[in-house]
Design a protein around this ligand. Structure first.
Ligand code: PBG
Length: 337
């Protein structure tokens, strides 16, 4: 009778996966994916006023910042080596209306923030969103006519907003409102306005997700939103549709693609990268951040470890980088080595 150990040796003796895992040096040598500070984009929330750091209850550790505080934060981010920030404004309620007209004010909160950051921290990239949800009284990303979010009229407005954002110094326009045809329209609009060097990061595949809850609290759209966004975001059930949607964005001139939310959609990240080969980013959205923070605050998981693991997993799934509320925390940790 052979003993068990012997049997295992005979069958599997030549396949020892653990050889490469045996020591720290072998593990480092064979490591396939790596997270560096160059992979991080930091989404930030802006509020009017000065010297304001307003904590967002559903996002422990994240603050809404007035522009002066944002400039300080952007300096810190740049010093840590973070390549870019993405700004999201919390617009005063009395400036919000049916069509989101404040998006067409050259001097609105988001454009003021871009101007201030670009002046004080010229070496950090500014990524700005042109969706109308921070500006509308109903919380939708587009113009609401009756009970329809009208596509082409929204696109027209979004193009104008994009040009104003580029005028203010935005480096990359990232349209998140998922209207059809917007990427081509924004490209043509930017070019006609002399902004050939301003890029477009398409929210190529944005899913109708429950993970956006804390974000809607952060920019105060949660209480406003009438109905849902299912008529313009992609169903979480549809992978092929997401690829088709992204293909149009590529055709229309997107420079970069984004998948949102992140972790539940790693398959989409992989498929976009495989299909198009464009720089591809995941947005680890507010609900993903909150889940990790909440579990960590309860002592149920090691928050820092899970933060670094999730960020690395985006790289393994083919992403070139991640928009994450953890950007500063992760950058500090990476700096420590
Ligand atoms: C809408 C928008 C959303 C997010 C950013 N811009 C989704 C939404 O409110 O429907 C979500 C970001 C996050 O959850 O971190 N244009």
């Amino acid at each position: 009778m052979q003993d068990k150990t012997h049997l295992v040796d005979e069958i599997t003796g030549h396949r020892r996966m653990r050889r490469n895992r045996k020591a720290d040096w072998t593990r480092r040598l064979v490591q396939e994916s790596r997270l560096t500070v160059d992979d991080l984009i930091w989404p930030v929330f802006i509020v009017p006023g000065s010297n304001i750091l307003d904590p967002i209850p559903a996002m422990p550790g994240v603050n809404r910042m007035s522009i002066d505080r944002l400039v300080e934060a952007a300096k810190e981010a740049a010093d840590l080596g973070i390549p870019a920030i993405a700004t999201f404004p919390n617009i005063e309620m009395d400036l919000r209306d049916e069509t989101g007209s404040n998006a067409l004010e050259a001097n609105n909160l988001i454009n003021q923030a871009t101007i201030a950051v670009k002046k004080a921290v010229p070496n950090i990239g500014m990524i700005t969103d042109v969706a109308l949800d921070p500006f509308t009284s109903h919380g939708h990303d587009g113009i609401l006519r009756g009970d329809e979010i009208v596509n082409d009229e929204t696109v027209e407005q979004v193009v104008k907003a994009a040009i104003l954002q580029a005028d203010a110094g935005s480096d990359i326009i990232s349209p998140s409102e998922m209207m059809d045809g917007r990427i081509g329209a924004i490209r043509r609009g930017l070019d006609a306005a002399g902004h050939q060097n301003v890029g477009i990061m398409a929210y190529a595949t944005k899913f109708a997700s429950g993970y956006y809850g804390p974000y809607r609290e952060a920019i105060s759209t949660a209480g406003l939103l009438k109905g849902d966004k299912n008529s313009y975001y992609i169903s979480p059930a549809n992978g092929m549709e997401a690829i088709r949607d992204a293909a149009f964005d590529v055709e229309e001139g997107a420079d970069m693609l984004m998948v949102k939310p992140g972790l539940p959609y790693l398959d989409i990240c992989w498929r976009l990268k495989e299909n198009f080969g464009l720089p591809t980013f995941a947005y680890q959205v507010s609900g993903e951040y909150t889940q990790i923070k909440a579990a960590a605050m309860n002592g149920w998981i090691d928050g820092e470890r899970v933060m670094m693991e999730t960020l690395l997993c985006f790289k393994r799934a083919g992403c070139d980088g991640v928009l994450t509320y953890f950007a500063l925390e992760a950058a500090r940790k990476l700096a420590k080595g």
